[in-house]
Ligand binder design. Structure first.
Ligand code: URA
Length: 198
């Protein structure tokens, strides 16, 4: 078997171990706030590129898969425009349970949950992480700054290069900003040697 396939199998096993450790989690208040499903993560355990969002919405809470609703469809289009398939990247969120009415996760919720996301990052060991929106950026970088202050430069997180861009749900509300997000993704593509969709 090629080494990358062996790697991928080991990483998938390690991710399954993290998922098992999470169990039927009641570590934070979101467990009692109406969530139905713990949304762990999706994609290639050996991905070079990882996207991190905020938390599950209604569609994700139903399906158990991150970014499957309207914002997820836009994220899929962004991934495709980069010349990748969704199955080739890894996708997860800061919190794994849906906050009521899609509110921003409370610090105690994010700080309780993100230990598992950090373990997922340590297993996948992506080359690049894209933080989607300010919740992802805040908790992955441990600093609270405006998105405009964080965009357009490289940060680091768990040995990966980290770029910050707009959350696709924001881009759905303000489509005029898609060009700015595309600039961020083009910087990621240059770093990774991706040529984009042909
Ligand atoms: N928004 C997010 O931040 N994450 C999802 O999984 C879906 C919508």
């Amino acid at each position: 078997l090629p080494a990358t396939r062996v790697d991928a199998a080991h990483k998938a096993e390690a991710l399954a171990t993290i998922r098992a450790e999470i169990g039927d989690c009641t570590r934070c208040p979101l467990a009692y706030a109406g969530r139905r499903t713990i949304v762990f993560g999706d994609g290639d355990a050996n991905a070079r590129l990882m996207f991190v969002g905020e938390g599950p919405g209604a569609d994700e809470d139903t399906s158990g898969i991150p970014f499957v609703g309207k914002a997820g469809q836009l994220l899929n289009n962004m991934i495709q425009a980069m010349g990748l398939k969704r199955e080739q990247v890894y996708i997860a969120n800061i919190v794994k349970c849906r906050p009521p009415a899609n509110r921003v996760p409370e610090p105690v919720e994010a700080n309780t949950c993100d230990q598992f996301l950090l373990q997922q990052i340590d297993v996948v060991q992506p080359q690049v992480i894209v933080a989607l929106g300010s919740t992802a950026a805040t908790y992955l970088l441990g600093v609270k700054q405006s998105l405009s202050a964080l965009r357009g430069k490289w940060h680091s997180c768990r040995g990966a290069k980290l770029a910050v861009t707009y959350h696709p749900a924001f881009l759905l509300r303000d489509p005029g900003m898609k060009g700015e997000a595309w600039k961020d993704l083009q910087r990621v593509m240059a770093e990774m040697g991706l040529k984009g969709a042909s």
